[in-house]
Design a protein around this ligand. Structure first.
Ligand code: 5GP
Length: 205
């Protein structure tokens, strides 16, 4: 059975770096490539960062119930395709999703044992500094992102884990620890325990 890991964070909190570091070092994890109606940015490649589609196609797929969850973020649709989870299960891997708070809430309802992780910046000042250091956005966009962050942060209580990204290396290690610990929850490893018990001559009813 695949474990579903959901990560959400305000823009600029370092979530993408944490996600790529986690994926790099963990072959048991597969990333869920979302569908979106937003246009590709910079060097983003279709099928890698996202599946980029038109709004009409998204709405058509939505009507056909192809998404496990979906949300409208900053005026664009984003959604997790049902095939992401099926593919992870078939490959015997766990699934990592980088989705917003609305999508996380929808998925947690559908998959109650999904593990949810919220990444917080250490303060508003630090978030602002990070957004400015990226020099990607205008003053107005930065102001909007900070206002959005304040709204998103209110939802931290919906998550199982809250990770403060003050030191990137430390946050990465903590994230790796969360994934490792969740994988050995008793309910997730029952199938592996049974054959071990059998070697001791103990067979569960
Ligand atoms: P960006 O456009 O900057 O890549 O992502 C904007 C926001 O959309 C981020 O918060 C990201 O986590 C979220 N997002 C990306 N894919 C999905 C998805 O499939 N579903 C939902 N609900 N949010 C998503």
């Amino acid at each position: 059975m695949s474990t579903v890991f959901i990560i959400s964070a305000p823009s600029g909190s370092g979530k993408s770096t944490l996600v790529s570091r986690l994926l790099c070092g963990d072959r048991g994890l597969t990333f869920s490539v979302s569908y979106t109606t937003r246009k590709p940015r910079g060097s983003e490649v279709d099928g890698q960062a996202y599946h980029f589609i038109e709004r009409t196609e998204f709405e058509c797929r939505l009507r056909k119930c192809e998404f496990l969850e979906h949300a409208e973020v900053f005026g664009n649709y984003y959604g997790t395709h049902v095939s992401s989870l099926q593919a992870a299960k078939t490959a015997g891997k766990d699934l990592l999703l980088d989705i917003d708070v609305q999508g996380a809430a929808q998925l947690k309802k559908r998959i109650p044992d999904a593990v949810t992780i919220f990444v917080l910046p250490p303060s508003k000042e630090t978030l602002e500094q990070r957004l400015r250091a990226r020099s990607q956005d205008s003053d107005e966009v930065i102001r909007r992102r900070l206002a959005d962050a304040a709204n998103e942060i209110r939802n931290y209580r919906l998550y199982d884990y809250v990770l403060v990204n003050e030191d990137l290396d430390l946050a990465e290690q903590t994230l790796i620890s969360i994934v490792r610990a969740e994988r050995v929850r008793r309910v997730r490893v029952e199938d592996k325990i049974r054959p071990i018990l059998e070697t001791f001559g103990q067979v569960e009813p």
